[in-house]
Design a protein around this ligand. Structure first.
Ligand code: NDP
Length: 520
């Protein structure tokens, strides 16, 4: 029999006894000098890194992206350089609101974050399973997430907070409609589409820019649970999506996605009827059809969840030559906030962790910092410019200039914005069963929410489609407000807010009051 490896301390010294601590006499007390026990306990105490503020609960796997269609007329990105080319990737799925121990089968948006290890550096496509988002100005992001998390006093999630915020932010209606539809509760991660949601850009070899949206269409088909089915699943298995993904890959049933892009010529953005950089809007397929670029397959489970998935750090700021940003305000804010969150969560040298390491050479003048584990560039020159042969810039990766115009100001992002047509279009393409599910899911989610907030939200449904409001009102037993909803729908948002305020309903607007009402 081969001799087993010897147990050591973290510093390599042999451990003679890993069962009994060092004590004065058999009954104790412990001796302070038992540094092996201290190291073991202290390391254990530090096992958890802070969980992500959002997307804390996740699953992931490694895979391969294969180009199936030539898009080199749109982009010079090496990953797309020829049909048949393969690039390694890592995909992390997640729920958004739940903490790291939350159940998988919950109604929530699913995160869909892919890291492509290209020859020009890591390209991260940090998307969701929905093509739009709840807000279009990053100023509102933290507020929105607070409504999804726990109430500061009750430490419970608050449906009143969610619907209060959504009903005061009509730009959320599109995403709310998707979240409350059948697609809001996927059977597992293999059964979701992924979307960049944001508009990005492609730049080709002639330095021409195109605006781009990425779509990852599941080849397993969209599969969803009803609320009742999910309640049963959660009762039996809180890790249903993790298990489904891990087991499928384990048995060689590799999930695949058809990767497509919508392409908009740069100048179209000036005249297109929709602001193409508005994260609450899609580009209708009729205007910009999907063009297939490749197939993404997941074919390798993580060897160690913490190293491969928990320490994986995805950031929209990871772009490569040929793929770049757009003026989308939400994307612009994420360029800062994701890398910032990783520096806080796993440390400034997080790019050197195995899951995040590029598969191409890295040459920077960054030095030092916590947990520098990559040799810190040894004795190489640490300033630039230098005449010591250090790495130098390469102007071939420069982008064409981007035209910007306008006065710096805080522009009202709701001014002249149509928040209703696209959610209405989505509602109208649902079949009657999907509409029924939508109505019931919303009514369940609104349980206990004050009537004035329900009424305010019904107005938004009405403006998307009167049948939408009518269906939800029926499930809420609120058909008596139908006439009022139709009248309120003619008001401006400011007037609607006044008419549905706590004062207008002689209600005390405090979390306690809402909670008491919910308990009635
Ligand atoms: P299309 O008829 O060309 O596309 C409809 C899209 O709706 C399809 O991509 C379909 O996805 C998707 N869809 C169907 N049911 C749901 C649901 N419950 N939740 C989310 N998506 C769903 O029409 P348009 O391009 O004009 O879009 C109409 C509406 O469809 C939009 O307002 C938007 O709400 C929604 N949509 C549009 C997308 C786009 O990029 N244009 C992307 C996703 C949704 P699938 O093909 O996988 O079945």
């Amino acid at each position: 029999m081969a001799e087993r490896k010897k147990l050591t301390t973290a510093h390599g010294a042999p451990i003679g006894d890993n069962q009994n601590s060092l004590t004065a006499g058999p009954r104790g007390p412990l001796l302070m000098q038992d540094y092996q026990l201290l190291e073991k306990m202290a390391t254990f105490n530090r096992e958890r890194v802070p969980e992500r503020v959002v997307h804390a609960k996740g699953s992931g796997a490694y895979g391969t992206f294969t180009v199936t269609n030539d898009v080199t007329r749109y982009t010079k990105a090496g990953i797309f350089s020829e049909v048949g080319k393969q690039t390694d990737c890592l995909l992390r799925f997640s729920t958004v609101a739940g903490e790291r121990g939350a159940a998988d089968a919950e109604r929530d948006v699913r995160g869909f974050a892919v890291k492509f290890y290209t020859e020009d550096g890591n390209w991260d496509m940090v998307g969701n399973n929905t093509p739009v988002f709840f807000v279009r100005d990053p100023y509102k992001f933290g507020d929105f997430i607070h409504t999804q998390k726990r109430d500061p006093k009750t430490n419970m999630r608050s449906s009143t907070a969610m619907w209060d915020f959504w009903s005061l932010s009509p730009e959320s209606l599109h995403q709310v409609t998707i979240l409350m539809s059948d697609r809001g509760l996927p059977q597992g991660y293999r059964f979701v589409n992924g979307y960049s949601s944001h508009t990005y850009s492609f730049i080709n070899a002639d330095n021409e820019r195109f605006w781009i949206k990425f779509h990852f269409k599941t080849m397993q088909g969209i599969k969803t649970w009803t609320n009742a089915q999910a309640a049963e699943i959660v009762g039996q298995d809180r890790e249903s999506s993790q298990r489904d993904l891990f087991d499928a890959i384990g048995r060689g049933d590799y999930p695949q996605w058809r990767v497509c892009v919508q392409v908009m010529p740069e100048e179209d953005a000036e005249t297109y009827s929709i602001n193409p950089f508005d994260l609450t809007k899609v580009w209708p397929h009729g205007d910009y059809p999907l063009i297939e670029v490749g197939i993404m397959e997941l074919n390798r489970n993580p060897e160690n969840y913490f190293a491969d998935i928990e320490q994986a750090a995805f950031e929209p700021s990871n772009i490569v030559p040929g793929i770049s940003f757009s003026p989308d305000k939400m994307l612009q804010a994420r360029i800062m906030s994701y890398a910032d969150a990783h520096r806080y969560r796993i440390g400034v040298n997080y790019a050197a962790l195995p899951a995040n390491q590029p598969q191409c050479p890295v040459h920077t003048y960054h030095r030092d910092g916590n947990l520098r584990s990559d040799g810190n560039s040894g004795g190489a020159v640490n300033y630039e410019p230098n005449s010591m042969g250090g790495p130098v810039e390469d102007s071939r990766s420069l982008e064409p200039p981007l035209k910007v115009s306008g006065d710096a100001d805080r522009y009202d992002h709701r001014d002249g914005n149509d928040d209703y047509t696209q959610p209405g279009n989505l509602f109208r393409l649902m079949n009657s069963d999907q509409k029924e599910q939508l109505f019931s899911n919303i009514a369940e989610a609104m349980d206990g929410v004050p009537e004035r907030i329900q009424t305010r939200q019904l107005v938004h449904f009405y403006k998307a489609d009167p049948d939408y409001a009518c269906g939800v009102a029926g499930k809420l037993n609120l058909t008596h407000v139908s006439e009022q909803v139709a009248t309120l729908a003619d008001l401006s948002l400011a007037d609607l807010i006044v008419k549905t305020s706590a004062e207008a309903y002689s209600e005390v607007a405090t979390p306690e009051a809402s909670l008491a009402k919910a308990a009635d």
